[in-house]
Ligand binder design. Structure first.
Ligand code: F6R
Length: 601
C-alpha cells in the first residue's frame, strides 16, 4: 500500500511528482506529501487528505527545485494526519524519506533512537528510517542507507534525498514494488509503471535488497553490501492512454468496457493453433497428484471459478485457498504438488508469503500475474501473464476476467500435455476463442443493470446465489457490491439458502441469482422461488431460456461452455455494483478503507 514517486532532472519536480501521485492514488489516499531539494534546503509540503488537497496547497507552487520525492499514503501506523504524512525528516532536517511498506521491528528501532537522544514526532514506523540514516551517516549517504536497511525488518520501497548530496536520490527496495524510468538527462522513480508512463517506456525493475543511486545522467545499482550490479533495461509496451480515463467517467467503467479487448489480448497467440502454448512444455505435469490455487479477494474468486476445468480435463484434485489462510494451515505439500498463485498486482503480501511457503516445501509453482516483473514473478518457478493492461480502479474487473480466461487456458494446456485429446477439450478450447465477442454482447446488459440498481440502491442488504461456477461468480458479485457501494451483501451456494440464510429474506429483499449451467439451472431457480415466496425480489442472470413470471427481472447473457460462463456472467454484476455506487454518488474508483495493492499482511 502507499505509492511513491521521485524525479531528478531539469524540469520543475513538483508537476511530475503530483501527476505521479494522482495516478498512484489507487494504492492509498488518506494523506499525501512531497519533499524537494532547493537551495541547500529540503522543502516539504504534506497533509492528510487526497493528492488534490496537496495540489491546491498554495505552498506547492512556490517550490521550484528539480529533485524531489513524493508519497500518497494508506495508513498502517498512526491515523491519517499531517504529522504522520510522508515525507519524514530526521531530527537534523538533513535526510528526507518516503516509504511504502511496513517496518515490523520499528518499536525496537524507535527505542534505540530514543536511547540515542533522537525525538520521534510521529506515530509512524517510517520516521525511524531518516533518523537511522542520520545516525549511520559518516559522510557517505550510500553507506548510511546500506547500514540502515540491514537493520530493518519488514517490507519497504524507500526514497531518500539530502541537501548534503544534492545531485542524487537514493532508493532501496525489499518486498514492495519500485521501478526506475529512464529519460534523457532526467530519471523517474515510482511504485508502479503507469505513474511515469507518460514520460518514458524504458524501465529498470528494482530487485530485492537492491539499492540505487539515481542521478539525472546516470543510474547505478548495488546489492545491500554495495557491490555494483548490472541490470537489464526493459521496454514496456503499455501506452500512456491506457492509464487514462479516455472519455469514461471512471476507471472502473472504462475497465469493465475494456474486457473484450483485455481477454482477446490474454488469449493472444496462445490459442491460435491446435495446441495451447504457454511455455510450460518442459514441466512434467504427470508427477502431480494434488493442486492448490492460492490467491486473495477477487483473484481467489477467479481461482474458484476456474477449478472445475482443472478437475475435469486434467483429473488433478484441486483445492482453492485464501493466501492468508493457506500459509498458516500447514498445507500438505510435497514435490508432487502443483501450486498456482494468482495476483493482478504481483505484490500482495499474503500471496507472496504463501508462494514462498509452497516453494520451501518442494512444490512446483506457477504464477498468473498482470503486472510485469512484479515481486511474485521473481519468486515463482514459472509465470504466465494476463494481458489486462494497467488496472487502476481499486475494484478489480478486467483483471478478474483475464485471470479466469488464462486459468482455463492453463487447464487446457496441462490437459493436452497429459495426453487428453478428447472432443470435449477441443470444444472447450473453441469456446475460449469465442469469449471476446461474447463479452462485447454481454456489455449490452448495462441498461437493465442500471435500472435494477436504481430500484435497489437504497437497500441495506442484498444476496447473491448460484451453484458451482455460478456460486463463484456470486461471491465476486457480492464482493464488488460491498467494496464500492458499502451495501452489506452475502453470497451463498443457492442450495444452502434453506439451511439458514433464508431467515434473512423479508419483503423486497433483493436476491440476485446466477444460473448458467443447464444441468443445475432449474435447481437455482427453485431456490430463488423459495426466497420469492418469503417476500424476496429476484433478478436472474442466465443464458437459459426461462419462463418464470415470479422472477421480476431476467437478464439474458450469451450461451457459452458452463465452465467459462463466469467470464460473462460476472459482467452484469460488475455493472450493477458500479451503477449502485454511482446512484449513491460514491467515489467508484477509490472506495473507502481500501487500496489496490495490499502489501501488508
Ligand atoms: C477486489 C480486489 C481485491 C484483490 C486482492 C488481491 O476488487 O481487487 O480483492 O483481488 O487484494 O490482489 P492481487 O490480485 O493484486 O493479488
Amino acid at each position: 500500500m502507499c505509492g511513491i514517486v521521485g524525479y531528478i532532472g531539469t524540469k520543475k519536480a513538483v508537476p511530475v511528482l503530483i501527476n505521479g501521485l494522482l495516478s498512484l492514488e489507487y494504492r492509498g489516499y488518506d494523506s499525501a506529501g512531497i519533499a524537494v531539494l532547493e537551495n541547500d534546503l529540503i522543502k516539504v509540503v504534506k497533509d492528510k487528505g487526497r493528492v488534490k488537497n496537496l495540489q491546491d496547497n498554495p505552498e506547492i507552487d512556490k517550490i521550484l527545485g528539480n529533485i524531489g520525492i513524493a508519497h500518497t499514503r494508506w495508513a498502517t501506523h498512526g491515523e491519517p494526519s499531517k504529522v504522520n504524512s510522508h515525507p519524514h525528516l530526521d531530527n537534523s532536517g538533513k535526510f528526507s524519506v518516503v516509504h511504502n511498506g511496513i517496518i515490523e521491528n520499528y518499536s525496537i528501532l524507535r527505542q534505540k533512537l530514543i536511547d540515542n537522544g533522537y525525538k520521534l514526532l510521529s506515530e509512524t514506523d517510517t520516521e525511524v528510517i531518516p533518523n537511522l540514516i542520520h545516525m549511520n551517516y559518516n559522510g557517505n549517504i550510500l553507506e548510511a542507507v546500506s547500514k540502515t536497511v540491514k537493520e530493518l525488518e519488514g517490507s519497504f520501497a524507500i526514497e531518500v534525498i539530502s541537501p548534503l548530496h544534492p545531485d542524487e536520490i537514493i532508493i532501496v527496495k525489499k518486498d514492495s514494488p519500485l521501478v526506475v524510468g529512464v529519460g534523457e538527462n532526467e530519471n523517474y522513480i515510482a511504485s508502479d509503471i503507469p505513474a511515469i508512463l507518460a514520460y518514458t517506456s524504458n524501465f529498470y525493475f528494482v530487485g530485492e535488497n537492491e539499492i540505487g543511486v539515481i542521478k539525472d545522467d546516470s543510474i547505478t545499482f548495488y546489492d545491500v553490501n554495495l557491490n555494483e550490479i548490472k541490470k537489464e533495461l526493459k521496454s514496456i509496451e503499455w501506452d500512456a492512454v491506457s492509464s487514462e480515463k479516455n472519455g469514461y467517467e471512471d476507471f472502473m467503467l472504462k475497465e469493465i468496457y475494456e474486457q473484450p479487448k483485455a481477454v482477446r489480448e490474454t488469449i493472444g497467440q496462445r490459442m491460435s493453433s491446435d495446441k495451447v502454448k504457454l511455455g510450460l512444455d518442459d514441466v512434467d505435469f504427470s508427477k502431480f497428484n494434488r493442486m492448490y490455487i492460492v490467491a486473495c479477494g477477487t483473484a481467489m474468486h477467479a481461482g474458484l471459478a476456474s477449478k472445475y476445468a482443472f478437475e475435469k480435463f486434467c483429473k488433478i484434485p484441486t483445492e482453492i485457498d485464501m493466501a492468508s489462510e493457506f500459509r498458516y494451515r500447514d498445507p500438505l505439500i510435497d514435490n508432487q504438488t502443483l501450486c498456482i498463485f494468482i495476483s493482478q498486482s504481483g505484490e500482495t503480501a499474503d500471496t507472496i508469503a504463501a508462494l514462498k511457503l509452497a516453494k520451501e516445501k518442494g512444490a512446483t509453482t506457477i504464477a498468473v500475474v498482470n503486472v510485469i516483473d512484479s515481486s511474485i514473478t521473481r519468486v515463482a518457478d514459472h509465470t504466465i501473464y494476463t494481458h489486462a493492461g494497467p488496472e487502476i480502479a481499486v475494484a478489480s474487473t478486467k483483471a478478474y476476467t483475464c485471470q479466469v480466461v488464462l486459468l482455463n487456458i492453463l487447464a487446457a494446456n496441462i490437459a493436452e500435455l497429459l495426453g487428453n485429446t478428447s472432443d470435449e477439450l477441443n470444444d472447450f478450447k473453441q469456446s475460449i476463442l469465442a469469449l471476446p465477442d461474447k463479452l462485447k454482447e454481454v456489455l449490452d446488459t448495462d441498461e437493465i443493470m442500471k435500472s435494477y440498481a436504481e430500484k435497489n440502491y437504497m437497500k441495506k442488504d442484498l444476496f447473491f446465489v448460484g451453484r458451482g461456477a455460478d456460486y463463484a461468480v456470486s461471491l465476486e458479485g457480492s464482493l464488488k457490491l460491498k467494496e464500492i457501494s458499502y451495501i452489506h451483501s452475502d453470497a451463498y451456494a443457492s442450495g444452502e439458502l434453506k439451511h439458514g440464510p433464508i431467515a434473512l429474506i423479508e419483503k423486497d429483499t433483493p436476491i440476485i441469482g446466477c444460473a448458467t449451467n443447464p444441468s443445475i439451472a432449474a435447481k437455482t431457480i427453485s431456490n430463488l422461488e423459495e426466497a420469492i415466496s418469503r417476500g424476496g425480489n429476484a433478478l436472474l442472470v442466465t443464458n437459459q431460456e426461462i419462463h418464470n413470471d415470479k422472477i421480476s427481472d431476467i437478464v439474458t447473457i450469451p450461451d457459452i461452455h458452463p465452465m467459462l460462463s463466469p467470464v460473462l456472467s460476472v459482467v452484469p454484476l460488475q455493472l450493477f455494483a458500479y451503477h449502485i455506487a454511482k446512484f449513491k454518488k460514491l467515489d467508484v474508483d477509490k472506495p473507502r478503507n481500501l487500496a489496490k495493492s495490499v502489501t501488508v499482511e
